[in-house]
Design a protein around this ligand. Sequence first.
Ligand SMILES: *[C@@H]1O[C@H](CO)[C@@H](O)[C@H](O)[C@H]1NC(C)=O
Ligand SMILES: *[C@@H]1O[C@H](CO)[C@@H](O)[C@H](O)[C@H]1NC(C)=O
Ligand SMILES: *[C@@H]1O[C@H](CO)[C@@H](O)[C@H](O)[C@H]1NC(C)=O
Ligand SMILES: *[C@@H]1O[C@H](CO)[C@@H](O)[C@H](O)[C@H]1NC(C)=O
Ligand SMILES: *[C@@H]1O[C@H](CO)[C@@H](O)[C@H](O)[C@H]1NC(C)=O
Ligand SMILES: *[C@@H]1O[C@H](CO)[C@@H](O)[C@H](O)[C@H]1NC(C)=O
Ligand SMILES: CC(=O)N[C@H]1CO[C@H](CO)[C@@H](O)[C@@H]1O
Length: 402
Amino acid sequence: MKVSVFATLVLSSFATALPSLKRRGGSFVLQNGIDAINLNNQFQSLTASSPCTSGNACVNGEFAQCVNGQYVLTSCGSGLICAALPLVNSAGTSITCTTQADLNSRIAATGATANGTSTTSGPSNVTTSSSAPTATSTAGSGSNSNSNAQTSLTLLSSLVAPNFAQNGQNVNTSQAGEYPSLTSTNNFINYCATLSNLPITNGQQVKNGSCNPAPMGAIPSISNMPSAKFVSPNNLAVLPANTTFQVTLAMKGLQTGYFVNPDTNYFSAPQQIDPTSGQIQGHAHIVIEALQSLTQTTPTDPNKFAYFLGMNSKADAKGQLYANVTGGLPEGTYKMSTIISAMNHQPVLVAVAQHGALDDQIYFTVVASGQNGTTTTTTFIGGSPLPSTASGVSSVPTGSST
Ligand SMILES: *[C@@H]1O[C@H](CO)[C@@H](O)[C@H](O)[C@H]1NC(C)=O
Ligand SMILES: *[C@@H]1O[C@H](CO)[C@@H](O)[C@H](O)[C@H]1NC(C)=O
Ligand SMILES: *[C@@H]1O[C@H](CO)[C@@H](O)[C@H](O)[C@H]1NC(C)=O
Ligand SMILES: *[C@@H]1O[C@H](CO)[C@@H](O)[C@H](O)[C@H]1NC(C)=O
Ligand SMILES: *[C@@H]1O[C@H](CO)[C@@H](O)[C@H](O)[C@H]1NC(C)=O
Ligand SMILES: *[C@@H]1O[C@H](CO)[C@@H](O)[C@H](O)[C@H]1NC(C)=O
Ligand SMILES: CC(=O)N[C@H]1CO[C@H](CO)[C@@H](O)[C@@H]1O
């Protein structure tokens, strides 16, 4: 990378103090590029009469110093423009007079790209205003009609959600006790930088906690909310101990068979919907937890379960998914639940807050042979109980880890 002196400086440059963004591994170069792009975008909305509090800016391509709440403009001279440049050796940006070519090459050298939001013929023409989308005409669906938008490090102005700037406390619908929402004018794109104690999730199942930077993604219509129901075992079934049994799950409103690598791509992409059906592309899981009794009232410990399985295949023609709980379960009472997920393992998100349960839960009892007076419709596989060493309840999951 060429590191040249600011030969074109006609005014003193000024290293701006940036917000307390977290620098990961000291790699400020890219961040400096992003910050410079964003600053130059913001400058586009300034006029000579814009109020200011302190510091320097660029107004109409001229160098602007804030004096007594107003900008005082100084022309950069022939062939030069005022711009925010990324610093090379430390975190930050510098507002200075330079050439368009120098601005372009310095920003390009950081790896940040203005494409997707701006022209390259001058400082970006996209403002940070939350209204009047100008950059592209893409719908909010992440469509690739602007191919650069999916690699750009700059938020498309057409995607800024203006309502995110409001905390919900200033309208008549606000209810007593409602918390003011966190607000953002840039869709929280850098939210995780405010949580310095948390690493970004980065596609991994971070057991100590993390902050996930991926947006939530596509939300299906209310006619496409997923819903699950166990067919077998039936609710309150009585099953023979240590005997393989089949779980049958009826799935509605979900395009099944979609799952990604859970070790590398956990929560790493937005929820996606199938364009033909309008349904979420995802998969179901089942989890069986031991209870003290069918009337247990204490919450269970989600770290402990007797059986867990990702039902990753496509549902059959009947819309059903199947699993064999090989070796069965020891005597006891159990809760079996579904966990319906989008492709990247996040819980499914639907269009409205008030809706029926998307998941199912049933309760059943497992007894030694001859200990019950109840029949069940459960399908047993193999017929006779397996040796008692075949299976046992433990906090270690059996079946797939996904
Ligand atoms: C932006 O895209 C144009 C062509 O579409 C390309 O010539 C230019 O180099 C790109 N600029 C950056 C900073 O990537
Ligand atoms: C910048 O935006 C203004 C107002 O929307 C528009 O008139 C002008 O053509 C734009 N300039 C460029 C270079 O896109
Ligand atoms: C809130 O209610 C008051 C009184 O009914 C009404 O005058 C006002 O327009 C309402 N404001 C909004 C934002 O709906
Ligand atoms: C997780 O947190 C615990 C308790 O704060 C700590 O002792 C442990 O080192 C952390 N593990 C990792 C992998 O960060
Ligand atoms: C369950 O076991 C039966 C009998 O071995 C087998 O036919 C069936 O394919 C298995 N089902 C699943 C989902 O593994
Ligand atoms: C089932 O298995 C458990 C341990 O795996 C054992 O304690 C229990 O006695 C077995 N029950 C029957 C009826 O075989
Ligand atoms: C687990 C068990 O013993 N199940 C039995 C419950 O009772 C029915 C009929 O009474 C038997 O067919 C099951 O085998």
